[in-house]
Design a protein around this ligand. Structure first.
Ligand SMILES: [Zn+2]
Length: 190
C-alpha cells in the first residue's frame, strides 16, 4: 500500500523578510490533503512540519540536508517497502506566478518544459479534468541556482515527489477539491 509524507518546510514562516508572511496557507492545505488521503484509504500518511523559520535555515535547500527534519524524511522513504510519495506543500500570494493558476506544481529542475515527469503531467491533467486551475512548471530555471531539495532528494531515493504551491485565500471548496484530486490520483497509482 502506498505511503505518503506531506512536507511543510516553511510551516514556521519566514519572519516577514519576504515582505509578506510566507507560506501561511501551507499548513491548512497539508491538513486537508492528509484528511483526504486517509478518507480515500491511504493509511500510511504523515505530515512533517518544519519548526525552524526559513530565515534561520531553509529546509528546502541543499544546505539543510543534515538537519533532523530532512534526515527523517529520507529515513521514512528507506524504511518503507511500498511505493512512497513525498508531497512538498507551499503557498503563495496571488500574483507570484505568471501562470495565474490556483495551484502550481513544480516539477523537473532542468528548466525544460518538454521533460515533465509522467506522474506530474498525469496529476495535472487529472486535476484539470475536474475543473481545477493547475499548471505544472519546471522546478528551477537555468538562472536559478537554488533547487527544491526535498523533491530532488526524495526522487533520488526512488520516491514519487512533487512540490505544490497553493494560492493563498482560495475558497475551502477549491482547496478540498484539489486535495481530493491529488488523493484520488495517488490512490490510483498504487
Ligand atoms: Zn515555501
Amino acid at each position: 500500500m502506498t505511503g505518503v509524507t506531506i512536507t511543510v518546510p516553511h510551516a514556521a514562516g519566514c519572519g516577514g523578510s519576504f515582505g509578506h508572511p510566507c507560506d501561511y496557507a501551507s499548513i491548512d492545505f497539508a491538513d486537508r490533503l492528509e484528511d483526504s488521503l486517509k478518507r480515500i484509504g491511504v493509511r500510511d500518511v504523515q505530515t512533517a512540519q518544519a519548526t525552524t523559520p526559513r530565515t534561520e535555515l531553509d529546509m528546502n535547500r541543499k544546505r539543510a540536508r543534515k538537519a533532523k527534519y530532512r534526515r527523517d524524511i529520507i529515513s521514512w522513504i528507506r524504511s518503507n517497502k511500498n511505493r512512497t510519495w513525498v508531497v512538498d506543500v507551499h503557498s503563495f500570494p496571488g500574483d507570484s506566478f505568471r501562470t495565474g493558476s490556483d495551484f502550481v506544481i513544480l516539477d523537473t529542475r532542468d528548466g525544460n518544459y518538454d521533460t515533465h515527469t509522467p506522474y506530474v503531467r498525469g496529476l495535472t491533467e487529472y486535476a484539470r479534468e475536474r475543473g481545477l486551475s493547475v499548471s505544472d512548471i519546471p522546478g528551477a530555471d537555468s538562472w536559478q541556482k537554488e533547487t527544491n531539495d526535498i523533491m530532488d532528494t526524495s526522487r533520488g531515493e526512488g520516491a514519487y515527489s512533487f512540490l505544490i504551491e497553493v494560492k493563498e485565500d482560495l475558497k475551502e471548496k477549491t482547496l478540498d477539491s484539489m486535495a481530493k484530486a491529488i488523493s484520488e490520483y495517488i490512490y490510483s497509482m498504487k
